[in-house]
Unconditional design. Structure first.
Length: 368
């Protein structure tokens, strides 16, 4: 019987490199692929801004593939990355929202686009070096289970993978701790064993989103007013795309005590400033809902939810409304619930589903 064929996305980092080796040890026919997503042609610019998918990533991934004895290719995903990830990132920030481009990239580039090409090539699965585990539940649905070692768990950024994608996905490092992965890489002689993890958004390497947006669009973000909750003008802001809910630094407001961004009003081009306690709210509405371990949330269910990657999952009640939106109400107020970010629901260690936060609300919505 022929071995199952797996196309693994290789970033040139230690996680995907060890994942490729583990799959080969498990008897799979493994093909390594690096997704070419950078937009610039100039080698120096690509190298500087390429992040996990720059030219050094290609060189590192190719050397790893040679070391472990698997074929390796570079595939061009520039267009889909620009359309699905960069354009969405820019559009969301221009609306005063705070997107998570890694979540969008995972769904539409690392899975949808790569899986389509892999299946066309006759592969049975795609694989990545993410710290998560794919499981087939007794109810027949596929879901993600948290990584064996919670501090490296990456399920939050993968909540919107659909059932078809999960059924064709392998995540071999989900059972390992990062230190174990590095130890394996050293033992098998991989040069990337101690390579640092990539941290920044790969296409904004210096972290200056405002400059990137203005250069990408060719237009300046319009300035506007900082106001308090009563509408009193407190100063001028640099453009709503430069701010996020909960932000304190960089406001340049002489208020005599710490103040924070509590709301962003796109229609009026205003940034509302307030006190820390005004950032705490108990409820939210989310759109673009994807359900994973559960086929429906038509009735209120007790779960836990994360409102950002580093957030500790908090107890809540969740329900999907007739209009498709998700309503989440926490047992305790949560700080800085931010439109554009993802809310991810957990049923124990399994991802129940999630969506993109549209609005934070203060009180329980009895109609929901």
């Amino acid at each position: 019987m022929a071995s199952k064929k797996v196309v693994i996305g290789m970033s040139g980092g230690v996680d995907s490199s060890v994942a490729a080796w583990l799959l080969k040890q498990q008897g799979y026919d493994v093909i390594g692929v690096t997704m070419q997503i950078w937009q610039e042609e100039d080698d120096e610019i690509v190298e500087e801004n390429g992040g996990c998918c720059g030219l050094s990533a290609v060189d590192d991934a190719r050397r790893v593939a040679e070391r472990i004895g698997i074929p390796y290719y570079v595939m061009n995903f520039r267009e889909v990355f620009r359309e699905k990830v960069i354009d969405n990132f820019v559009s969301e920030y221009e609306k005063g929202r705070t997107p998570n481009p890694c979540i969008v990239c995972n769904r539409y580039v690392k899975w949808e686009a790569l899986l389509e090409k892999a299946l066309a090539l006759g592969a049975d699965y795609i694989a990545t070096g993410h710290y998560a585990r794919v499981v087939h539940l007794p109810n027949g649905r596929y879901a993600l289970e948290k990584a064996a070692f919670d501090r490296k768990d990456q399920t939050y950024a993968l909540y919107n993978l659909n059932q078809h994608q999960l059924a064709h996905t392998l995540m071999p490092v989900g059972d390992y701790d990062k230190s174990e992965v590095r130890r394996i890489a050293e033992e098998i002689g991989l040069a990337v064993a101690n390579k640092l993890d990539s941290q920044d958004i790969c296409f904004v390497s210096d972290g200056n989103y405002q400059v990137f947006i203005e250069e990408y669009t060719g237009r300046k973000l319009p300035e506007g007013n900082f106001v308090d909750k009563n509408g009193k003008v407190l100063g001028r802001h640099k453009g709503i795309g430069a701010y996020t809910i909960g932000q304190r630094k960089g406001l340049n407001l002489a208020m005599g005590h710490p103040v924070f961004v509590t709301e962003i009003d796109q229609n009026e081009n205003k940034v509302i400033i307030g006190e820390n306690d005004e950032l705490f709210k108990r409820g939210l509405y989310a759109s673009h809902v994807n359900l994973m371990s559960r086929a429906s949330l038509d009735e209120p269910v007790r779960l836990t939810a994360k409102i950002r990657y580093a957030h500790k999952a908090a107890p809540c009640i969740a329900k999907q409304l007739p209009d498709g939106r998700l309503y989440v109400y926490f047992d305790e107020p949560q700080r800085a619930i931010t439109p554009g970010q993802a809310v991810v629901l957990y049923d124990g260690d399994f991802v129940a589903g999630g969506g993109i936060i549209e609005e934070a609300v203060t009180e329980f919505d009895c109609e929901s």
